[in-house]
Design a protein around this ligand. Structure first.
Ligand SMILES: Cc1ncc(COP(=O)(O)O)c(C=O)c1O
Length: 401
């Protein structure tokens, strides 16, 4: 024990923020509009209990073996077929199961980049991806989004500069095309096509993180970026938002066998829980997926509607936002000088949490925007949360000092 006092941990990553867990479970009574979590009733508990029994009984020792049973192949086949809805034509050997999409993002970063390599992201950007890129010691540049997603015109100008040697060429560009976390927007089809063209023209990869694609409130699916550039796009999606995040199952689609096999080498845990793959595969086989999805979409759409109405009612014209057509999040923009980090400090005192904008930018400075999750709380609680938040804001507008 004495020796442990002198144990020196790595100091390399002292300043990497851990945002996601910031509010989890620690504040009884808090209305957690910070939580980008599925609502608890969305989990198919009884059916998963049945599938766990089913998988263990029918696959027996195989399901518990290192190699797993037939479920793994069935999952890949399910993903292959489902991907066709996004205009993704793929073979099962081009799909890799990962322990959550976060692991997929990490593997992509560590496979495609060396420390110091340039990676381009959106502003705002999902903080989990930022963490992976910081840990991979990438040099990051960010490009703004508008109502149609990433400003691909600005990306193109920057690629022209990079080709002229005026800035580093990125190894890849990380993009969230559907129901952006945190911005709630979709990337227009025109911009998807253009981005894929740029990826070919400048020989960069696009990493397409499609975590929320299934939670579509309009019923209208748009083709993936991958569909416009299969050789240049690495596509990621996850079961976290459509079955449960606790199962930690997601996937990466990559056409290039060399890149895929490097990712498998870097994935030192080996296979993602084969037992869980057997269980989920049993679940997907026994349950109609559209029937499973329908109540989830209805549940999220209702929550979105309540949040949108409450913002109109309690904030009036003070704030602006794009109404999300799917996913979990609504991105709220306040008048320019508002400091949402200060607003957050006050808001948690009255029992409402959100994620302040600064978590989603590279500069780490206070901003006038914030992320609200409508995914976790029920409708009554969402309304109450927005009412309390608006009251805090109106009492004293928290301006940047
Ligand atoms: C955009 C995005 N990508 C990836 C993830 C990670 O998902 P997983 O649970 O599959 O690791 C999340 C989770 O919040 C997310 O919002």
């Amino acid at each position: 024990m004495k020796n442990l006092q002198h144990y020196d941990f790595s100091k390399r990553f002292d300043d990497v923020p851990l945002v996601g867990s910031a509010f989890s479970g620690e504040h009884p009574g808090m209305i957690p509009l910070a939580f980008g979590f599925p609502y608890p009733k969305s989990f198919p508990i009884d059916a998963l209990v049945e599938s766990a029994t089913g998988a263990l009984k029918s696959e027996g020792t195989q399901a518990l073996q290192y190699s797993g049973g037939p479920g793994q192949q069935r999952i890949l086949e399910w993903i292959r077929q489902r991907s066709q809805l996004r205009a993704i034509q793929v073979n099962t050997d081009q799909i890799m199961i990962t322990s959550g999409s976060n692991q997929g993002i990490d593997l992509v970063a560590r496979t495609l980049t060396d420390p110091g390599d340039s990676v381009w992201v959106e502003a705002p950007v999902y903080f989990g991806a930022l963490r992976a890129f910081y840990l991979a010691e990438n040099q990051l540049s960010a490009f703004p989004v508008d109502g149609d997603g990433l400003r691909v015109d600005l990306v193109e100008s920057a690629l022209i500069e990079a080709a002229a040697g005026k800035r580093p060429m990125p190894k890849f560009i990380y993009v969230l095309p559907n129901y952006h976390n945190p911005a709630g927007i979709r990337l227009s089809v025109e911009r998807r096509r253009k981005l894929a063209q740029l990826a070919y023209a400048y020989n960069v990869y696009i990493v397409e993180d499609d975590a929320y694609v299934e939670l579509n409130f309009t019923g209208e699916f748009w083709p993936s970026i991958y569909s416009f550039g299969p050789e240049r796009v690495i596509y990621l999606s996850t079961f976290s938002k459509i079955v449960a995040p606790g199962i930690r199952m997601a996937w990466v689609i990559c056409q290039n066998p060399d890149v895929l096999s490097k990712m498998k080498i870097i994935k030192t845990e080996g296979l993602t829980s084969v037992l869980m793959q057997e269980i989920v595969s049993d679940y997907l086989e026994k349950n109609d997926f559209e029937n499973h999805l329908e109540p989830l979409i209805t549940g999220y759409r209702m929550r979105r509607d309540v949040m949108v109405e409450a913002i109109h009612e309690f904030f009036g014209d003070e704030v602006s936002f794009e109404k999300p057509e799917g996913g979990f999040f609504l991105w709220l923009t306040f008048p320019t000088k508002t400091d949402t980090t200060r607003l957050l400090h006050e808001s948690v005192k009255v029992g409402v949490s959100f994620v302040d904008g600064k978590a989603f930018y590279l500069h780490g400075k206070p901003t006038n925007d914030l992320r609200l999750a409508f995914s976790f709380c029920d409708e009554i609680t969402i309304r109450e949360g927005i009412q309390k938040l608006a009251a805090v804001y109106k009492k004293q507008k928290y301006f940047i000092r």
